[in-house]
Ligand binder design. Structure first.
Ligand SMILES: NC(=O)N[C@@H](CC(=O)O)C(=O)O
Length: 434
């Protein structure tokens, strides 16, 4: 039994303040002056009501790397950030390349209860890029996998990429490509440019991303399949996606919050919290990805939440792992980079952080507008406040956030997943009332 909730006076998209009644995990009524005996009343005065956020790109690390994150801790972080569903990347140990592993992840997500965990399957066995994994078995499993990715690695062999694109057509799936030419990025430490030259660090050139995206949109066109581009980071990549969409190619693209806000200048301090793959780029690239997200060339924001233990980050730059945690900060960073700049409004945020990621990933029960009869996936956000992001804001097992000590606007106040309150007045709920 879920609680009955009355969310009072929320700022709804496209209408004035309204009350939302949640019963049995569903939005039962929207109106004014709503009440129910025994209902828990949530004062939402001044809070923006968004459909529960959906992250198409999360690293939950379980099975295998539980020192960095688990499905429980990662979904608590998700709840803290306003997410009600996360897609789990397959670079676990064992790799999620079989029905057994994806079903295990699904079950662990259900047991945790903080957010829907939708596994992403690996494209190739062990993410080694040599032969296709059993995509059909994962698709037909209880986890109903529709998104496949070797994220962390590029599906570099064009014939394997072609075959994967062809294969997923049978069940309407999508290949989410980590676009990185491995030869052009051997030993790469940061964006290749003025800063890498000054620091003497090996560069990761934009062309290593752009050349793979260009190849893959053409492959997707050739075989008539669906491609999704992970964490797009350069101005040139935005141009290629814009061209491909104009041509009618079935491609979607994501950008991370960090690529919308941070630049490679941050590498100057050699603080490995800023080391990430793809790397932070130039100011021009940040402006181009913002523009691409604003004009719809880039479809969604995805966090690439990538937890790493302290020993992998509190070390010299070259030895440090790539990756940043991002679930708790994502909405606030999008608020700063896209809403405060006037590039997106809250309805757009609902589209790029909830509706479209759910659609791309073919996830049912998420990303739907806040309407009567819909599953109660709701995020309540206070845009009027600001605070310094600190370790107290992090709820996962790792603290490798680039925002620690940085002022960010807003605060996620409430998260409701299938009618269950997972975040209450900014505090992650310890015992879920499911
Ligand atoms: N994005 C990252 O910087 N890291 C990812 C993998 C990857 O994409 O390299 C991780 O799993 O840690």
């Amino acid at each position: 039994m879920t609680e009955t909730l009355v969310i009072a006076g929320a700022r709804m998209l496209g209408r004035d303040g309204a009350d939302i009644l949640v019963e049995d995990g569903v939005i039962a009524e929207i109106g004014s002056g709503l009440s129910r005996t025994g209902a828990r009343v949530i004062d939402a005065d001044g809070l923006v009501a968004l459909p529960g956020l959906v992250d198409l790109h999360t690293h939950l690390r379980e099975p295998g790397y539980e020192a960095s994150e688990t499905i429980l801790t990662g979904t608590r972080a998700a709840a803290a950030g306003g997410f009600t569903a996360v897609f789990a990347m397959p670079n676990t140990s064992p790799v999620a390349d079989s029905a057994g592993v994806v079903e295990q992840e699904l079950a662990l997500g259900e047991a945790a209860g903080y957010a829907t965990v939708q596994p992403i399957g690996a494209v190739t066995v062990g993410q080694k890029g040599e032969r296709l994994a059993e995509l059909g078995a994962m698709a037909n499993s209880r986890a109903k996998v529709r998104v496949f990715s070797d994220d962390g690695f590029c599906v570099f062999d064009p014939l394997i990429m072609r075959r994967a694109l062809e294969y997923v057509k049978a069940f309407g799936g999508v290949i989410a490509q980590h676009a990185q030419d491995p030869r052009l990025t051997e030993g790469a430490q940061m964006n290749e440019g003025v800063v890498s030259a000054e620091l003497g660090l090996a560069g990761w050139p934009a062309v290593a991303e752009e050349s793979i995206i260009a190849r893959d949109v053409l492959l997707a066109e050739h075989v008539g399949s669906r491609l999704h581009v992970c964490h797009l980071s350069t101005a040139g990549s935005v141009d290629i996606i814009r061209w491909a969409k104009k041509r009618g190619i079935d491609v979607t693209a994501e950008v991370t919050p960090h690529h919308l806000l941070l630049t490679d200048e941050l590498a100057r301090g050699y603080d490995a919290r800023y080391k990430v793959n793809p790397p932070l780029r130039r100011e021009e690239d940040v402006m181009a990805v913002r523009g691409g997200l604003a004009d719809g060339t880039i479809d969604i924001v995805a966090t690439d939440h990538a937890p790493h233990p302290v020993e992998s980050k509190a070390c010299e730059w070259q030895a440090a792992a790539n990756g940043m945690v991002g679930l708790e900060s994502a909405l606030r960073v999008v608020h700063q980079s896209m809403v405060q700049t006037g590039l997106l409004d809250w309805a757009d945020v609902a589209r790029v952080m909830s509706a479209t990621p759910a659609r791309i990933g073919m996830l049912e029960g998420h990303g739907t507008p806040l309407e009567v009869g819909r599953p109660a996936q709701i995020t309540l956000y206070d845009p009027s406040v600001a605070s310094t992001f600190s370790a107290a804001d992090l709820h996962g097992r790792s603290e490798n956030s680039p925002y620690l000590g940085r002022e960010l606007p807003g605060r996620v106040e409430w998260t409701i997943h299938n009618g269950v309150v997972t975040l209450a007045a900014g505090t992650v709920v310890e015992e879920l009332n499911a």
